[in-house]
Design a protein around this ligand. Structure first.
Ligand code: ATP
Length: 143
C-alpha cells in the first residue's frame, strides 16, 4: 500500500509522525482527502476531526484549526491544538460546553460571542472525537 509521511505539530509538541495511507482533514471549504503523491497544497484548516489511516486502520484526532501543507509526498499539519481521541478529557470538554451555554444566556459583544462560539465548536469536536474511542478498530467511521 502506498504511503506518505504525515507530521502533525503544535507550538507545544509533535503530536504525530508516521507513514500513512490517507489523511482526511477539515478544510475551510469542507473535508479534504489527501492520498500519497498528492499535488502540492497549502490550505487553512477549521476546527474539526482529522482522520488518519495507517496499516488499514483509522485513527481520529480533534484539531482546533491550523494549516495543512502537502509537498513532496509529505503532509504537515500545523495545528493550534490537536489531541488523539484517546487523549481527550471528555469531562473538560463537557464543562467547556456548559460554560459557553451560560455565556450565551447573556447579551455578548460580537467579539466575545465569536470567541464563545469558537470555544463551543472546539469542545463539540472533542466530544465527537472522544466518542470514536468506543468504535471498533477498522469499522467504517460513523457520522
Ligand atoms: P478549555 O475551555 O477546556 O480550556 P480550550 O478549547 O480553551 O479548552 P485550547 O486553547 O484549544 O483549549 O487548548 C489548550 C490546551 O489544552 C491544548 O494543549 C489542548 O490540546 C488542550 N485541551 C483542551 N481541551 C482539552 C480536552 N478536553 N482534553 C484534552 N486536552 C485538551
Amino acid at each position: 500500500m502506498a504511503t506518505m509521511r504525515l507530521e502533525i505539530v503544535t507550538a507545544e509538541r509533535l503530536v504525530y509522525a508516521e507513514d500513512v495511507e490517507l489523511l482526511v482533514a477539515p478544510g475551510i471549504e469542507g473535508e479534504l482527502g489527501i492520498l500519497p503523491h498528492h499535488a502540492p497544497l497549502l490550505t487553512v484548516l477549521q476546527p474539526g476531526e482529522l482522520r488518519v489511516r495507517k496499516d488499514g486502520q483509522d485513527q481520529f484526532m480533534a484539531i482546533s484549526g491550523g494549516f495543512l501543507e502537502v509537498l513532496g509526498n509529505k503532509a504537515t499539519v500545523l495545528a493550534d491544538a490537536c489531541e488523539h481521541a484517546t487523549e481527550i478529557d471528555m469531562e473538560r470538554a463537557q464543562r467547556a460546553v456548559e460554560r459557553v451555554q451560560e455565556q450565551l444566556k447573556q447579551h455578548l459583544p460580537t467579539v466575545q460571542l465569536e470567541q464563545a462560539l469558537a470555544s463551543l465548536r472546539r469542545a463539540q469536536t472533542r466530544i465527537k472525537v472522544a466518542g470514536r474511542r468506543r468504535e471498533r478498530p477498522g469499522a467504517p467511521p460513523s457520522h
